[in-house]
Design a protein around this ligand. Structure first.
Ligand code: C2E
Ligand code: MG
Ligand code: MG
Length: 764
């Protein structure tokens, strides 16, 4: 029964009631009876209507359902209305799609599909209503008609409960996408966990410790392994604390790395390989362990923050292997300290670090004085023992930073780090004093009669050379210089070095000058003190460069003597001077004695007599016109040999003069042994002779003694007539000096000789 039917009944009922009431008003007596009938009729009718409506409602409730169905159809999520026995069933389009229901399908098939649906969500269709009402069935998974898994949360309401089967309304909210997202998230989390686990396991297996830091901060974030290496229980460590765990020698290396990696703008310019070898200890008192720190250039995170850091790899095993190899290649067998290879290798590293970090260090080379005596007197075994003990002493002074090495035989070196701000210039000298003191302990027991000392030369790293090799060479040079000056310790001096370089350059130039005939003889007159006539000449060599510069023999003769070039020069002088003198004699000029300077090296040549004889012969000059000026240094040599050589020359008729007498080592008693014909009084006496009575007395005494030995005398460097006068009075025989002429060219001298001979120059 429809609702409008009931309405119509009610309207009719109301109209009748109005009619009855108006009749009651017009005829109240008969109306009461009619009213009674009416009331009774109404009661009966209403009761019947209620019963009918209830009955109707019970039988025809589908009218409401259809309205709900209309509404359900509007919903675009799966929804359906159903009864427990699945006889009443309505599914909306979304539900049809989900289950794959065809609209034209038999309702029986639909109920089968729905029954399957309930089974698929784990509920028996018969109990489904009770089970589902008021509950939300979450995440039920359904395979839809296309075979896709769909996740839906189902909510069920009871629509109607009656004598017939109850009706339910079920609506589903799909969560498939959410579930999929959840699933992939879970899968991702699982794989992340897996890879983290794998990462941790591989870290453990590889033993690598990671240190990372945002480059603007000073705190490293460290991996579990790195925590173990560093002996810390937090995942972070400040640079300061990390640095404290480094070996003092490696701290500079680390600082250098840090400043580079933080400041170098072009990170690809960082040195390769990008690794440092660092000694780290986990706790104070524990031994240091070697790690290789493989660092990376400044990396940027996704949000643009620069990250620095690297990986620590334990190098203990490698170091052990290296140590064996190093023992073989880098260790001195006798003393078991570093050998020269190791010195060069580690020294270069020290040099590099000092240069990069603007710090300093020292290299000191040491030499055990008179060590050969130990070997000669005590045998090599004892010699080795002394070397070992000495090495041990040296190591004591490098323990604070640096190392000791044996360079060769009894030559050692120590490299010392200088931790002071500007370098402690006293450090090498102080250290050497300590070493020399410690050496006294070596002169005990069987060596008690030995007095062991050492000498040293030192140079500063890096300022005393362009490489470690050069600094070492300079320290060795300082040692040699110190020995030359009888000093047991000497530091390298750059001026000394410059002189050395200049000397080296000059050696090359001199060799070139000899080859290109840039050497030339000048002649200085020697005059008779009474007649003031030229009786001789001293041939003095000059080096005249192509640009006209004249270099004094005082500069290049010592170099020539040192390098051996002197013999070539002397030979040239001998030949040239003999030829020139012979030529003047051929020109009928007054014959003179030609003096040439002879270096001691020339004199000691075994064939000196033969050479002189040959040159005289070639020039056609008699021996009596040649005089050899020898220096007092001859006195330092073998006296017997000197006397023998001089006698041989003298026997040839050659005159022999002692040059620069009074400045050197010889004494008059020594002079007595030599077959000299002339003593040349050094200029230093003559300069003072007018004023200094001591000089006067010496010169006078020498002249007298020489005269008594039939040796003539000549005074060098006479510049003033007063000097000549005094010398004349003293009985000196000859004079040489600017007073009578400076050294001059052969042509100029020839003119002087012409005047000497003819009273005038020829051709004037
Ligand atoms: P020396 O053999 O004693 O030569 C004398 C030096 O005194 C010369 O210097 C001469 O120029 C300089 N002299 C002479 N009179 C005076 C004077 O009145 N006042 C001053 N101030 N100086 C005077 P020079 O030529 O420069 O030679 C220096 C030295 O070089 C020579 O000293 C000699 O030892 C060496 N020397 C020169 N030529 C040769 C050479 O051919 N062979 C060798 N082995 N040495 C040479
Ligand atoms: Mg001379
Ligand atoms: Mg002289």
């Amino acid at each position: 029964m429809k609702k409008n039917t009931v309405l119509w009944v009610e309207i009719v009922f109301a109209v009748v009631s109005i009619l009855v009431l108006s009749f009651v008003e017009s005829d109240p007596g008969s109306a009461m009876a009619a009213l009674r009938v009416y009331v009774l009729a109404m009661i009966g009718f209403t009761g019947a209507l209620v019963i009918a409506v209830r009955f109707y409602q019970r039988q025809h409730s589908s009218i409401d359902i259809s309205r709900i169905c209309e509404m359900v159809e509007q919903v675009d999520v799966p929804a359906f209305i159903w009864s427990n026995d699945l006889t009443t069933l309505y599914t909306n389009q979304a539900m049809d799609e989900l289950l794959g229901i065809d609209e034209s399908e038999d309702p029986g098939d639909t109920s089968v599909l729905l029954s399957h649906f309930f089974h698929s969500i784990g509920i028996s269709p018969r109990d489904a209503g009770d089970a589902m009402v008021g509950e939300t069935l979450e995440r039920s998974c359904i395979v839809d008609a296309h075979g896709e898994r769909r996740y839906i949360n189902w909510t069920t309401s009871l629509l109607k409960q009656g004598t017939q089967a109850a009706l339910f309304f079920t609506i589903g909210f799909e969560t498939t996408n959410l579930e999929r997202a959840k699933l992939s998230l879970t899968a991702y989390a699982q794989s992340l966990k897996k890879s983290q686990n794998r990462y941790q396991v591989s870290m453990k297996l590889s033993g690598i410790g990671i240190l990372l830091c945002e480059s603007v901060h000073d705190i490293y974030f460290v991996s579990d392994e790195a925590m173990q290496f560093l002996g810390i229980d937090k995942n972070e460590i400040s640079f300061v604390d990390f640095r404290k765990k480094l070996h003092p020698d490696d701290r500079i290396l680390f600082d250098e790395y840090l400043s580079k990696v933080r400041t170098v703008s072009d990170q690809s310019a960082l040195p390769t390989p990008r690794s440092l070898e660092l000694r780290i200890r986990s706790h104070a008192g524990k031994p240091y362990v070697w790690y290789s720190y493989h660092y990376h250039e400044n990396l940027l995170t996704a949000d643009g923050i620069p990250i620095i850091g690297g990986a620590l790899v334990d190098l203990t095993e490698e170091k052990q292997k290296d140590a064996t190899i190093e023992r073989l290649a880098f260790l001195d067998e006798v003393t078991e300290i570093a050998n020269r290879n190791k010195l060069m290798h580690d020294g270069e590293e020290t040099y590099r670090i000092c240069k990069a970090m603007d710090t300093c260090g020292w290299i000191m080379v040491l030499d055990i004085d008179r060590f050969h005596i130990v070997n000669d007197s005590y045998g090599y075994e004892n010699g080795d023992k002394i070397l070992r003990d000495f090495a041990h002493i040296l190591c004591k002074y490098t323990a604070a930073g640096g190392f000791a090495a044996r360079v060769s035989a009894d030559n050692f070196a120590i490299v010392m780090h200088d931790y002071t701000d500007h370098g402690d210039d006293e450090l090498p000298g102080r250290t050497l004093e300590h070493i020399r003191q410690d050496m006294e302990t070596l002169s005990t027991g069987e060596f008690s009669s030995l007095s062991l000392t050492c000498s040293a030369g030192f140079a500063r790293i890096p300022t005393d050379g362009g490489s470690f090799h050069e600094v070492l060479e300079h320290a060795e040079f300082a040692l040699a210089m110190g020995k030359g000056e009888m000093s047991y310790v000497m530091g390298y001096d750059a001026n000394m070095h410059r002189e050395m370089v200049d000397q080296g350059e000059m050696e090359k130039e001199l060799a070139n000058a000899i080859e290109k005939h840039h050497l030339q003889l000048y002649y200085q007159p020697k005059v008779d003190i009474h007649t003031e006539k030229i009786m001789g000449a001293e041939a003095l060599i000059r080096w005249i460069k192509p640009d006209g510069t004249m270099i004094s023999p005082n500069v290049f003769i010592p170099i020539a003597e040192k390098t051996g070039m002197i013999s070539e020069i002397s030979h040239f002088v001998l030949c040239e001077a003999c030829q020139q003198n012979a030529l003047w004699q051929q020109m009928k000029l007054t014959p003179i004695v030609m003096s040439i300077n002879f270096a001691s090296g020339d004199f000691y040549q075994a064939n000196v007599c033969d050479v002189v004889k040959e040159e005289l012969y070639k020039a056609g000059l008699q021996a009596k016109w040649l005089e050899l000026e020898l220096t007092e240094r001859l006195a330092l040599g073998d006296v017997n040999y000197t006397v023998q050589q001089m006698n041989a020359l003298r026997d040839m008729g050659i005159l022999l003069a002692m040059d620069d007498f009074g400045t050197g080592y010889s004494s008059l008693s020594y002079i007595q042994l030599l077959p000299l014909t002339l003593l040349k009084l050094d200029r230093s006496f003559i300069i003072e002779i007018e004023t200094d009575t001591v000089a006067q007395e010496i010169v006078s005494a020498v002249i007298k003694i020489a005269n008594s030995m039939q040796i003539e005398t000549i005074a060098e460097g006479v510049e003033y007539p007063g000097q000549a006068e005094i010398l004349r009075k003293m009985g000196c025989d000859y004079i040489q000096g600017y007073l009578y002429g400076k050294p001059m060219t052969a042509m100029e001298f020839q003119k002087r000789l012409e005047i000497n001979t003819y009273g005038k120059e020829l051709g004037t």
